[in-house]
Design a protein around this ligand. Structure first.
Ligand code: TA6
Length: 281
């Protein structure tokens, strides 16, 4: 355990290949993932705050039990609570695994009256990061939830980036009509604010970061939906914890159960995962 920004504790995970991952206990929030070549693959804002009760801007925010706006704080409680580090080790495949857990506490119960246990396992290899996200209902009542990973990928230049693999998928544009549409593009490029939810999206998409000569494969399982977000110019200016020009250097490709909530019976556990594979050319 190391002491990070404002003294907040974080876990520094190292893989023999040279790959590394830094995860704050605050929100079980990964803020840096470097591949074996030492190249930073996540975007974390230089303006981010690091303090209790506030989400870190960038990295991999953990979403639970609510995606977006609603009766709870935006994107829920997981990213603004302090998680427990459960330990780390090398698994049979040679990946270095670090586990984190969050259970209900008086402050979560006040806002969301359900007992739960979240477990998040990061599995780090030379060019790959797998994240396993399990949600357990430890109370007597059924509950419904959204869960997901709001991943900020680092880019050389948003104007030279694109997402492929969504052609033909339905999407809802939250900057536009907010009505279901069909994706016609094989490669989605970015020249404006983009905030699109792809319900029941394909389980594999690819982010092409031409400026870095990098392709990132984004795989999901047990996660129905995918979101693509870039705040662009005006929204960037309105975000206090985000630099005005930082939209040029990032894209969120989010994976999770973000549209239709998942129903979980007492005692049940729902596991889901995202696997990120970096292919530097
Ligand atoms: O995932 C897209 C989104 O819901 C956008 O609407 C935008 O608000 C983004 O999340 C960031 O939300 P945050 O609460 O982290 O500022």
């Amino acid at each position: 355990m190391k002491s990070g920004v404002n003294g907040l504790p974080f876990v520094d995970v190292r893989h023999p290949s040279g790959a590394s991952l830094q995860v704050y206990l605050h929100g079980a929030h990964a803020v840096s993932w470097k591949n074996s070549a030492g190249r930073e693959l996540l975007f974390t804002s230089a303006e981010s705050v690091f303090k209790p009760g506030f989400p870190i801007r960038g990295g991999i925010p953990v979403i639970f039990p609510q995606f977006g706006d609603g009766p709870l704080p935006k994107h829920g409680l997981a990213r603004i609570n302090e998680w427990t580090f459960c330990g780390s080790g090398t698994n049979a495949a040679g990946a270095v695994e670090a586990g984190f857990a969050l259970t209900d506490n008086p402050s979560t119960l006040e806002l969301w009256p359900h007992c739960f246990r979240l477990e998040l396992y990061f599995r780090l290899a030379a060019m790959e990061l797998a994240i396993v996200f399990s949600v357990g209902n430890t109370g007597p009542d059924e509950f419904t939830f959204h869960n997901g990973l709001h991943t900020y990928f680092a880019l050389a230049d948003i104007s030279r980036a694109g997402v492929s693999g969504l052609q033909g998928a339905e999407f809802i544009d939250f900057v536009g009509t907010r009505k279901p549409e069909r994706e016609t593009r094989g490669l989605i490029a970015f020249d404006r604010e983009t905030d699109r939810v792809y319900p029941m999206a394909p389980d594999k998409v690819e982010l092409n970061d031409e400026g870095n000569g990098r392709r990132m494969e984004i795989n999901k399982s047990g996660m129905n939906d995918l979101v693509i977000w870039n705040p662009w110019i005006e929204k960037s200016r309105r975000m206090e914890d985000f630099g005005n020009e930082e939209y040029k250097k990032m894209l969120c490709v989010e994976t999770g159960n973000l549209r239709s909530p998942v129903r979980l019976a007492p005692g049940a556990v729902r596991e889901s995962a995202t696997i990120l594979r970096c292919m530097d050319s």
